[in-house]
Each structure stands twice: as C-alpha cells, then as structure tokens.
Ligand binder design. Structure first.
Ligand code: NAD
Length: 268
C-alpha cells in the first residue's frame, strides 16, 4: 500500500499504459479518477475497479475540461495528490498523413502537439494550483524515448514528447522555487505493447512478422508491458521518490543504451 489515501488523476486511462497505471495505483491504495475521451472504455475501467474510483470525461487539449475535472476532484475528494499526464497520440493512426519533416502538414503538427504537449502543459498548470496548498504532490508526465532522439517518420510526435521532457523540468524547478512541495518527473517508455501499436503492426501473420522485425532491434528482444511503466509510476508517485524531481526515467528494454557506428576491434 505505497499510495494509501492518495488521490490520483490519470489521463488516457481507458486502455494501455494509463489503464495499467490506474489499476496498479488502486492496488497500492490510491483513489483513482480515471479520465479519457473514450467514455465507454473509461467508464468500464472505473466500474471494474469499483468504488471509490470513478471516471470523468477529459479531453486533455481542452482547458475547460481540465478546470471542470480538477474542480470535481477537489469537491469530491478534498485534494489532488498525484497527476499522471499519460494521454497521447502518435499521429501514425489511420487518417493521418505523412509525418516526416518535409511532408507533414501544419494542421497535423498542431493536432499532435495539442494533445501531447498542450495537454501536458494544461495538466501541469491546473494540478499545480490544486496541489500547492497540500503537503505534497507528484506530477508524472509520460514522454517517450521519442522525446530524447529524432524520429524522422514521426517528427511531430517526437517534438511534442521532447516538449514534455523539457517542460517537466521547468515545472519541477518552478515548484521548488515557489516553496511548493510538488515533484515533477518524466517517464520515457519505448516499445510497450499496447493498442497504440495496432496501426503500426497490422493484424494476423503481418503482425507477427512486424513484431519479430521490431523486437529484433531491442536489446532485450521483446516488447515491454504496460505494467513495466506502471511500476515506475508507482515509485515516482510514492514517498520513496521524495528526493526525486526533474528526472527522466527510460523504460525501453535497453534501446537508448545503444549507439550506431560504435567502435569495434578488427579480426586479427
Ligand atoms: P493507447 O493508444 O493504448 O492509449 C492512449 C489513451 O489516450 C486512449 O485511451 C485514448 O482514448 C486516450 N486519448 C487520446 N487522445 C486523448 C485526448 N485528447 N484526451 C484524453 N485522452 C486521450 O496508448 P499507450 O501506449 O497506452 O500510450 C500512453 C502514453 O504513453 C502516450 O502518451 C504515449 O505517447 C506514451 N508512450 C507509449 C509508448 C508505447 O510503446 N506504447 C512508448 C512511448 C510513449
């Protein structure tokens, strides 16, 4: 029960990493406000967790949604202890055009940033206001390995996640400077098997082939699970991380430990 009596708000909690975080937080004693734009998935997830957990509709790119949900949280539970800014899109979903720096449209660049970076900015802004009167607060922003390296085929996604990484550090420093006991940290997952990968992997035999190809480039030779990210979120949300703010924690099967063109001794 590492999060006993904590009130936690998680965005994009209807499925994937957000859902795994909500489930693990609940197991650790937190009361979870699951939020998403997918009402049916979110409602189902919250009802499976049972009382006192609940679902609230929240589109992270809409400021009035944030105001309403934070107000609801304070009114219903008295405070907010943990915010996980998890909701995000890759822009590789069906219906999007190319995302390389030459052909990406300004409209799609803005659409991806509206959710991934504006959404995190708004979450931090309203959580700081809600948390600052309390003893403590923990903000966990889900960035990506794509926030640390360039991704030519998903350049808007990568730029939006880089913004999340950097903004987290500004939030962390700002909070300390103001004397607020609010910590902010970013998580940088990669290749975590969730519905986010469906549009990239395909189905049936093609999916198997694509999975094999993808995992062959991961040092651990396998995809991660949503729970791998949830364990890290529990740590950052808990008092075990009370001296930890402004960090970036990668959960990537070793991907970012590698470098191309590395030195190698020739056969003698
Ligand atoms: P997912 O697609 O499985 O789930 C994303 C959830 O976010 C969905 O429930 C969706 O309805 C919700 N969502 C989308 N737009 C929203 C909006 N405007 N407002 C509120 N909710 C919205 O994705 P996932 O794999 O669970 O990813 C979660 C986070 O982790 C994302 O920010 C993603 O970029 C990041 N991430 C994932 C991976 C991975 O390999 N899965 C790797 C790096 C980073």
């Amino acid at each position: 029960m590492r999060l006993q009596n904590r009130i936690a708000l998680i965005t994009g909690a209807g499925k994937g990493i957000g859902l795994a975080i909500a489930k693990m937080f609940a197991k650790e004693g937190a009361t979870c406000i699951l939020t998403d734009i997918d009402e049916s998935l979110g409602t189902l997830a919250a009802s499976e967790l049972g009382t006192p957990h609940c679902f609230q509709y929240l589109d992270v790119s809409i400021e009035s949604d944030w105001k309403r949900v934070i107000e609801y949280t304070l009114k219903s539970f008295g405070r907010l202890d943990i915010l996980v800014n998890n909701a995000g899109i890759t822009g590789l979903e069906k219906g999007f055009g190319p995302q390389d720096p030459e052909h990406l449209s300004l409209e799609e660049w803005r659409k991806i940033h509206a959710i991934n970076s504006d959404g995190v900015f708004l979450g931090c802004k309203h959580a700081i206001s809600a948390m600052k009167q309390r003893r403590s607060g923990s903000i966990i922003n889900i960035s990506s390995r794509s926030g640390l390296v360039g991704i030519p085929e998903a350049s808007a996604y990568a730029a939006s996640k880089a913004a999340v990484r950097n903004h987290t550090k500004s939030v962390a420093l700002y909070a300390q400077k103001q004397g607020y006991k609010i910590r902010a940290n970013s998580l940088h997952p990669a290749t975590i098997l969730t519905p986010l990968w469906d549009s990239m992997l395909g189905t049936g035999k093609e999916r198997e082939k694509n999975l094999q190809e993808l995992t062959s480039h991961i040092p651990m030779k396998k995809m991660g699970t949503p729970e791998d990210v949830a364990f890290a979120a529990v740590y950052l949300a808990s008092d075990e991380a009370k001296y930890v703010t402004g960090i970036e924690l990668t959960i990537d099967g070793g991907i970012l430990a590698a470098a191309g063109a590395s030195p190698k001794k020739m056969k003698e």
